[in-house]
Design a protein around this ligand. Structure first.
Ligand code: AMP
Ligand code: MG
Length: 329
């Protein structure tokens, strides 16, 4: 298939919406990462998404809406707490898991009886959803296992010839995927950490909000994550990635020394260090992709101190990228 590259002009957005409406796939920008979208109510479109990404079919898709009133069509229940969160955060980087209605096909939810719903903040995403007139199922627009795409060029690198169209929108400002929150139980629970933190959820709802125990610490075969996607190895650069944690100046010195050693052995070596967790979120996936495209053999990265929730969210991705190769110095 030949992939169309579209701008965000009204005319191009109409073309993109027509592709979605007729069962095709369009990659589009969101404020978190780029998504690969298809009509969420069309099982054939969802199957095409899994095939294009090489995604395991038990890993459900997030359904994107542009208008809160569409929730009633998709979710069998919309508890008050979920509504409060939606009203406070959407459009924004938060996904709510709710019991699903029959209209949402099993192909979209990986056979689960729940559906994950989000309203993204990028204006082009909202326009695409409203012009196409249907909710849009969209996972990240990368090949399964690769770092998520935060620029349209990353989507081209992974999915050229596999998607009907790519919208050449803005780079993503958030940089990591949305916080996924289970709203099917009495209390909210975070299934995938992101930029919307448990503290923010508690501030909005006035009730405690914890993490799914399966996403704390290293993967444990005895604990199955409630978000099926969290069990897969993600974000893996081709290079060997190693993390170093400890006091900042010490880590910086150790990484510098190790980089010199690797380079002296003829290994192309990339160093990643961030000022804070926000900067790390925005740049991590882009930096991993750049290291790969420049042919790095080794990536040496400074771990973030997990003393606040956004740092925890970024470290969740960094640890997976590095295959849990982390050294305390
Ligand atoms: P991606 O769209 O690639 O960012 O991945 C979506 C994430 O949301 C994956 O980790 C999924 O497992 C998770 N997810 C989607 N739908 C559900 C659901 N109904 N219940 C729990 N987790 C879900
Ligand atoms: Mg993904």
């Amino acid at each position: 298939m030949k992939t169309l590259y579209l701008s965000t002009s009204k005319q191009d957005m109409r073309i993109a919406a027509a592709i979605v409406r007729t069962g095709g796939l369009v990659a589009f920008p969101t404020e978190t990462v780029y998504g690969l979208g298809g009509n969420a109510l069309d099982p054939e479109a969802s199957k095409k998404i899994y095939a294009a990404k090489g995604r395991p079919s038990d890993n459900p898709l997030i359904v994107h809406i542009s208008d809160l009133s569409r929730i009633e069509e998709l979710a069998a229940r919309f508890p008050d707490n979920a509504r409060k969160l939606a009203e406070a955060v959407w459009p924004g980087p938060m996904t709510l898991v709710l019991p699903k209605k029959d209209i949402v096909p099993d192909a979209t939810t990986g056979g689960l009886r729940t559906v994950a719903i989000r309203m993204p903040a990028d204006p082009a995403a909202l326009e695409l959803i409203s012009l196409s007139g249907c909710p849009i199922a969209a996972p990240s627009a990368n090949l399964s296992g690769h770092p998520s795409p935060t620029r349209w060029e990353h989507v081209r690198d992974d999915l050229d010839g596999r998607a009907d169209a790519v919208i050449m929108g803005s780079p993503c400002v958030g940089g990591i995927e949305s916080t996924v929150i289970d709203m099917t139980e009495e209390l909210p629970q975070i299934l995938r950490p992101g930029l919307i933190t448990p503290e923010r959820v508690t501030e909005i709802l006035g009730v405690p909000c914890g993490y799914d125990p399966a996403i704390l610490g290293r993967p444990d075969p005895a604990l199955v994550p409630k978000a099926p996607g969290m069990k897969y190895r993600h974000y893996a650069p081709r290079a060997e990635m190693r993390l170093f944690s400890g006091e900042r100046s010490r880590v910086s010195a150790v990484i510098k020394e190790e980089a010199e050693r690797c380079r002296s052995l003829g290994k192309k070596t990339e160093v990643l260090m961030y000022e804070d967790s926000r900067e790390a979120a925005e740049r991590l996936f882009e930096d991993l992709r750049r290291a790969d495209s420049e042919g790095a053999d080794v990536i040496l990265a400074m771990a973030l101190p997990e003393d606040e929730s956004v740092a925890f969210s970024v470290m969740n991705r960094m640890l997976k990228s590095a295959g849990y190769n982390i050294k305390q110095v």
